[in-house]
Design a protein around this ligand. Sequence first.
Ligand SMILES: [Zn+2]
Ligand SMILES: [Zn+2]
Length: 304
Amino acid sequence: MTEIFNSTVLENLTSPSLVQVTKNVFATQSQLNVLEKLWAAWYAYMQNDTLATGLMFFLTHELWYFGRCLPWYIIDKTPYFRKWKLQPNYIPSDKEQWECLKAVLRDHLWLEAAPIWTFHPLCKSLGIKVTVPFPALHTMLWQWALFFVLEDMWHYWAHRLFHYGVFYKYIHKKHHRYAAPFGLSAEYAHPLEVVSLGAGTVGFPILYAFITHDLHLFTITCWVIFRLLQAVDSHAGYDFPWSLHHFLPFWAGAEHHDRHHHYFIGNYASSFRWWDFVMDTEAGPIKKAEREGRKKSKISAKNE
Ligand SMILES: [Zn+2]
Ligand SMILES: [Zn+2]
């Protein structure tokens, strides 16, 4: 049974289709906005909250991830955009993209099979709301901002750890197969890396709900979408004049992460530039030379 609605939206319908349920919700629930109506129709149609949440999360992941990769694939195929490619001598071949797509999809299917059935019970036990209406926009905005900041911190330190010895050799090396990344390669990684870096995306909302008992599943769903877009875009390999970091200088973007793949050392954070700046781990020959210069002047100052 669904928590979202009583049976009014399903009245007079035997084996209703998703379209029929959606029409009924739109006809009877005028107090809700469009997204709330669609959300409610999905749960009313499914009549099984566990499966509704699990499938929604799985489908959200697949549609937004591969949906976002498609324009990048087209851009890679279009010579006009080459002038903004960060590593213009390397354009991924169809074979590489296809191999990468198959590997990522295969990992998604087996890694996400269990959460399809377990995520909703976990939400329930943490008091995460699934009902409509959704929380106020300003509430969701600051929660998204908080999750972005926390995830970035987690990603920075976990990613730095993945560059040490055995962690790199047996886990993170797979993700560094592409020195010039492309959109689809964002989630091309060892399953242990997917799980541990993914913990920064889903772990903080879970912790937040555990502490506050005040979080909505819609807020988490949007956050996961934003994080997917950030991950795919940062691997896309293009720096346009309209790329976000030109307007928000602390935003990382592709220009930041592409250099991580190219130079291998530095630029470990995901969304923002502040951790690499503060910890002096910015990537690239200029930053490396600056770092070495600072070290040398420190040593000579000591010896004086
Ligand atoms: Zn790395
Ligand atoms: Zn990467």
